[in-house]
Design a protein around this ligand. Structure first.
Ligand code: AMP
Length: 120
């Protein structure tokens, strides 16, 4: 599993060192447009806390952080008008999950039928 590294790209976004297009923000969470969208809507939802993976977040985050991250997903869904049409949330974890950035991020995708979960 990835180890937290302060030089990861999402840590830089949180520190304001790299720009982002913010979709939603509160004191615990930032949600922003994916720079290389894989669907008409593709938003990253990240906790502001330093959690490298979902496993680390589930194990160590406070109840308030867990609630805030989940509520933020629905804020994004509604900001993007996806609630009725449907959407997909996805978290890649570690090597086999295909995780590239070692700061927990939830992909929120939608805007068209997304097809099967995994490429066959
Ligand atoms: P993952 O493969 O699950 O780690 O996903 C990493 C995601 O981060 C990919 O969808 C990238 O397009 C996205 N990404 C990388 N750099 C940036 C950035 N500077 N701003 C927004 N999204 C980014």
């Amino acid at each position: 599993m990835p180890v937290y590294d302060d030089s990861n790209i999402f840590a830089k976004i949180l520190r304001g060192e790299i720009p982002n297009t913010t979709v939603y923000e509160d004191d615990q969470v930032l949600a922003f447009e994916d720079v290389a969208p894989q669907a008409p809507v593709h938003v990253m939802v990240i906790p502001k806390g330093k959690y490298a993976s979902m496993s680390e977040f589930i194990e160590n985050a406070s109840d308030a952080e867990v609630l805030a991250l989940n509520r933020a997903i629905l804020k994004v869904v509604d900001a993007k008008g996806l609630r009725d049409s449907g959407y997909r949330t996805l978290v890649n974890n570690g090597d086999h999950g295909g995780q590239e950035v070692p700061h927990l991020h939830i992909h929120v995708c939608g805007g068209k039928p997304l097809g099967p979960l995994l490429v066959k």
